[in-house]
Write a protein that binds this ligand. Structure first.
Ligand code: MOS
Length: 719
């Protein structure tokens, strides 16, 4: 029965959010709560020679000043578990454990006080002296290293080769060789990261902003050398994260240390500025793309190289070079990936990590190739359509990219494009039309869920998943309602708690395909339990039919668990979400300003569970892509070793005034080969393709090829 799947249901958690009843981790009210504030290093590298906390300690409300000299020793026990999110084994920064500092902003002291204001005020009064050390703050290509074996095993290889790409490039009739870069980007979720830590004897409860509560439990168990079952993590709502809450950052450890130190629950909320130093960011990446083609525009060689940033204490690598290996059909492909360790905090996944930036360079280069060949950019993509995943040498579980190109091109009016640069004048401005392919790998991970039916007909379904905003509460409620055949209103969906059945990371756009199948399995298990109880009379339709079975047995409730995991289809098929993005820009050639009147995307995301929420995710991704194209850049000062615009006044994100028409369309598909639900996942696919479509449109408008994002007015005027 499909009463709800496929319907544009409004968010079930919407009313709680807009009425302030949704409680975020920083808002839990615990008795006797103390507040903490971080003192951050002002050096990119060095050793603390002295900390003067005397003045801070005397300030009103101050309970403790914790430094490496008086902090508890943390065991950082190897718990022998498979790697969580990159880097390999949880937090590697041993916070407040010694005098060495490895980046600007690293916590060197923590002030605990009665109020947040007192803690933050006193933190400013702590004086720290350093002996500076040699700091690697420049992104020198000659210091680039191959990722370690463990990182490579997680699918981020340093070098790959199929065919002979160098020879094929040498012999190609038409060649492109271009260099690209994008600046650091910061997630800047509306809700700052925050943790409340409370100890009860040797048991620890963490209220924490997280996309993966089970991982917080695992990492903190590792850091504190505890058994996982002594740690309870609670994170019912997430006010945006975009990858920043996948890992467990040092402030979570600090909150737990502080709570132990003062014997009270402690709340540590990061300031907006601290969000640039205390969590991760999308690393700056420099790329070189070489494309070779024959005279008919068929690719004969692809060589793509990327240089990313990492910290000196961890290796963070991305799948930047997966798109060039998979996006188009080409017999000769080589990719080379290197990392530069720097004295900076570790980068982390952000909005289609790696993929969006690899697609960016590749899709701008494809636009350059189309121009060199005198071909329409869309026609070039069609001539090189990849019928298989040539990287894995597997068929796609499904691929409706041709339909995406067709649907989006038609809706956008692409056939009316005048190919000549600068030919679409609009008064003082010049319009440009550009396009790009969108791509994001589709993955699944094991997940589990529990469903409980009560005698009054209400149902609770729970799993330790997260909902950082994509609509997980809503989509899961729809799946449960349909699987049980009960009204939507009867379902209460709960998530974000380690007491609930285990769930995988809420990242990589895998939640629907992973946890969704577990939710359906739990509801089906519940139904079959009821059928067993009902005997040959069977279970009648609707909620009444279900509770009749309970009533006949005098039962108050019944529960069932469901699990789902990928099978061997991953060995036989490759899976990905696909899309086509078309953008119109209006460039003022005198001022160098770029407006974006419209973006149209068409996506193959498999089966669409909720078109309203899927559309909302896609236009959200487009906004992120517009930010990457035109606005977002952490301005790194290599002399000081820190980002200078650590605030929302100078780090620009798109606001309403930057956004005009955004439209997302979905091509029909139902990928039951990939998973029983048929959905591939939405989210990150929508960020990919947007920045190159805009960059290509800017070129079409005024003939300036900006390969270093963001495309700011000064770059356009000086190009
Ligand atoms: Mo996403 S960057 O996998 O949260």
């Amino acid at each position: 029965m499909n009463a709800y799947i496929g319907q544009p249901i409004s968010r079930v958690d919407g009313p709680a959010k807009v009425s302030g009843q949704a409680i975020y981790p920083a808002e839990f009210r615990l008795g006797n709560l103390a507040h903490a504030a971080i003192v951050g290093s002002t050096m990119p590298h060095g050793w603390i020679t002295g900390i003067d906390a005397a003045r801070a300690s005397r300030m009103p409300g101050v309970i403790a000043v914790i430094t490496h000299e008086n902090a508890m020793r943390l065991p950082y026990r190897d718990i022998g578990k498979p790697p969580p999110v990159d880097p390999q084994s949880g937090e590697q920064l041993h916070v407040l454990q010694g005098p060495e500092v490895l980046f600007c902003g690293q916590p060197v002291a923590l002030v605990v006080a009665e109020t947040q204001e007192q803690a933050r005020g006193a933190a400013r009064a702590v004086t720290v002296n350093y002996a500076p050390g040699p700091a690697q703050t420049a992104m020198d290509a000659d210091r680039g290293v191959q990722p370690d074996e463990g990182v490579v095993k997680s699918g981020r290889p340093g070098d790959t080769q199929r065919g002979d790409a160098e020879a094929a490039f040498r012999d190609a009739a038409v060649k492109i060789d271009a260099r690209f870069s994008h600046e650091r980007e910061y997630h800047n979720p509306m809700e700052p990261h925050a943790t409340i830590a409370a100890w009860d004897g040797d048991r620890l409860t963490l209220y924490d902003k997280s996309q993966w509560v089970d991982n917080v439990r695992m990492e903190i168990a590792h850091v504190f050398g505890m058994e996982e079952d002594r740690i309870h993590v609670v994170s019912p709502f997430v006010g945006g994260a975009f990858g920043s809450a996948l890992r467990t950052w040092p402030h979570v450890t600090l909150a737990a240390m502080a709570a132990k130190h003062v014997g009270r629950p402690v709340r540590l909320e990061l300031t907006r500025r601290e969000l640039f130093f205390a969590i991760g960011y999308r690393p700056r990446t420099e790329q070189r793309v070489r494309l070779g083609a024959d005279k008919d525009g068929r690719l004969t060689a692809i060589i793509q190289e990327a240089l990313g940033q990492t910290s000196v204490y961890e290796q963070y690598a991305e799948i930047t070079l997966e798109p060039p290996r998979k996006l188009y059909s080409c017999p000769n492909v080589a990719t080379h990936y290197r990392l530069v360790p720097m004295h900076t905090n570790s980068p982390c996944p952000m909005r289609a990590p790696g993929t969006s930036t690899g697609v960016m360079a590749h899709e701008i280069a494809m636009d350059e190739l189309a121009e060199a060949l005198g071909l329409d950019p869309l026609e070039l993509r069609l001539r090189n359509y990849a019928e298989r995943d040539e990287d894995k040498d597997l068929p796609w579980s499904s691929k409706e990219l041709r339909a995406c190109y067709r649907m989006a091109a038609e809706r956008f009016g692409w056939p009316k494009r005048q190919a000549r640069i600068g030919s679409m004048r609009r008064g003082e401005s010049v319009a440009g039309w550009g396009m790009a392919t969108a791509f994001y790998p589709a993955n699944r991970a094991p997940g589990s869920a529990q469903a409980v039916l009560y005698a009054n007909g209400s149902v609770i379904v729970r799993t330790a998943a997260s909902d950082m905003g994509p609509g997980t509460y809503t989509a899961m409620t729809q799946l449960a309602a349909d699987a049980l055949g009960v009204p939507l209103e009867n379902i209460d969906f709960e998530l974000g708690d380690t007491d609930m059945p285990e769930a995988p990371v809420h990242g990589g756009s895998i939640t629907l395909a992973s946890v969704g199948n577990a939710v359906v399995a739990a509801c089906e298990a519940l139904r079959s339990k009821l059928a067993g109880l009902a005997g040959k009379g069977g279970v009648k339709d609707g909620v009444q039919g279900l509770i009749d079975v309970l009533a006949a047995r005098g039962m108050q409730s019944i529960e069932a668990e469901g699990k789902a995991k990928p099978g061997d289809e991953t060995k036989r098929f490759a899976s990905a979400a696909f899309g086509a993005v078309f953008a119109e820009v209006l460039v003022d050639p005198l001022l160098g300003t770029v407006r974006v009147p419209r973006i149209v995307g068409a996506y193959d995301i498999g089966r669409v569970i909720n078109p309203k929420i899927a559309h909302s995710q896609c236009i959200g991704g487009m906004v992120g892509g517009l930010g990457m194209a035109l606005l977002e850049q952490g301005e790194w000062d290599a002399r000081l070793g820190r980002v200078m615009n650590a605030n929302l006044a100078e780090y620009l994100v798109p606001v309403n005034a930057d956004i005009q028409e955004l439209e997302a369309l979905f091509v029909p598909n139902d990928d039951r080969t990939f998973n029983p639900l048929g959905s591939k996942g939405v989210a990150e696919i929508a960020l990919t393709g947007v920045a190159p479509a805009i960059a290509n449109a800017v070129y079409h408008a005024i003939g300036r090829r900006i390969r270093d994002l963001p495309i700011t007015p000064e770059k356009l005027l000086l190009a």
